[in-house]
Design a protein around this ligand. Structure first.
Ligand code: NAI
Length: 375
């Protein structure tokens, strides 16, 4: 490193030390998924602990400490008393309860590498004056594409058809009997924010009848452009052939798809949930799948995560689930890694974090997608 660069770096480091306080350097703890063998060969796999969102050289070069770990349990607990910033990711969540927040007296910033900050106790963070931010928009296209893929996989009976090929069979009747066109079906989207609207625009060319439910209704002109009409939750769920869940997990939406709502779905309908596992009642879903009331279930979100090997959704019939990967394509990882760095740069410089990213700030839940549930 040339002398000028190192002098500049010393100045930046000392500026950061002043703002971060506490003896000059801050401790950033990131709980990320294990990249395994893929991590070394794929540097673009930025969201794994090995590649640490590409933050290591930058943070350590400024004299800060970065701990990147996959241990969301006791390993993380041992760092909480000294952590200034905690980064968690929905794909391998560290569940940060009120008790854990209380055990972290220096904690000032909670960041989600991705979208969806339900793994943090938002009320407890607000009470402590901790800022919570996520990388809004970073993976919404990735999820919308996954939703469309999974709707088609279910409606066209793709997984059993593929399995037939692998098994060496050619039973056209068996594979075709539960296979349909998506055209002309009614698709209901619950939660019409960034992902919900992108699902709608991607489904429009399939000539489906689109309905949506959200507590923020769009102006008529926007509904027309998106080709989706508003409908109340109960009617939407009862009348749709396919339902896609795209709301955040909040105290209002936890368990929203309970036994009664699932049974109110049309017999033979399909449900796709890429939002959060806890929005759907675990046992009630198994019940409607085993009874044949629903023709299929897909999505990529579970509770808890990673899903234990005996999680009942792994073995229920006619599902097309994946592990939680829809929002972590390589492109999405680049976008949320860049967003995390942007948040840290603002925090270190003492500037406000981009308001689009803010979930909790100034002692209150500020995001319009979460705040109604915390009033
Ligand atoms: P968003 O904030 O743009 O949209 C969420 C929408 O849900 C908003 O329009 C909001 O008004 C609505 N909403 C919230 N609570 C509601 C309620 N109780 N009733 C009716 N509507 C309600 O969020 P975005 O980007 O569309 O993401 C939605 C969720 O999807 C995230 O919160 C996250 O949980 C999940 N997600 C999953 C990913 C994955 O990899 N599977 C990746 C990204 C997000």
């Amino acid at each position: 490193m040339c002398e000028g660069t190192s002098r500049l770096q010393r100045i930046f480091t000392s500026m950061a030390e002043i703002r971060v306080g506490k003896g000059g350097s801050m401790k950033v703890v990131a709980v990320l998924y294990p990249g395994g063998a893929a991590a070394a060969g794929t540097p673009e796999l930025l969201g794994c602990a090995e590649n640490a969102l590409g933050l290591r050289d930058w943070l350590e070069g400024q004299g800060h400490e970065l701990v990147a770990t996959t241990d969301a349990g006791a390993g993380l607990d041992s760092h909480l008393p000294t952590a200034d910033v905690l980064i968690a990711t929905p794909f391998w969540p560290a569940y940060i309860s009120r008790e854990r927040i209380e055990s972290a007296p220096n904690l000032k910033l909670l960041l989600t590498a991705g979208v969806g900050s339900d793994h943090f106790d938002l009320a407890a963070a607000a009470e402590r004056g901790i800022t919570v931010a996520e990388i809004t928009g970073s993976n919404v296209v990735s999820v919308a594409e996954h939703v469309v893929m999974q709707i088609l996989a279910l409606v066209r009976n793709y997984i059993p058809a593929y399995q037939e090929v692998i098994d060496g069979g050619w039973d056209i009747g068996k594979v075709a009997a539960p296979s349909h066109d998506l055209e002309d079906k009614r698709v209901g989207i619950v939660g019409f924010g960034r992902i919900g609207q992108r699902v709608a625009t991607r489904l429009k060319p399939f000539d489906v009848h689109l309905r949506y439910f959200d507590y923020r209704r769009l102006p008529h002109a926007e509904e027309t452009v998106l080709g989706a009409r508003f409908q109340g939750l109960r009617a939407l769920v009862a009348e749709s052939d396919v339902v896609s869940i795209n709301i955040p997990l909040t105290p209002d939406t936890q368990g929203m798809f309970d036994r009664a709502l699932l049974h109110s779905m049309k017999r033979g309908a399909y449900l796709v949930n890429t939002a959060r596992g806890r929005i759907v009642d675990t046992d009630a879903l198994v019940e409607v799948m085993e009874s044949g009331h629903l023709a299929g279930y897909a999505g990529d979100v579970w509770y808890p995560q990673p899903a234990p090997s005996d999680h009942p959704w792994r073995r229920m019939p006619r599902h097309a689930m994946t592990p939680h990967v829809s929002g972590t394509t390589l492109e999405a990882q680049r976008r949320y890694a860049n967003g995390i760095r942007e948040c840290l740069e603002a925090f270190i410089a003492g500037r406000p974090i981009d308001s689009d990213y803010i979930i909790v700030d100034g002692g209150r839940v500020a995001s319009p997608s979460y705040s109604p549930a915390y009033r």
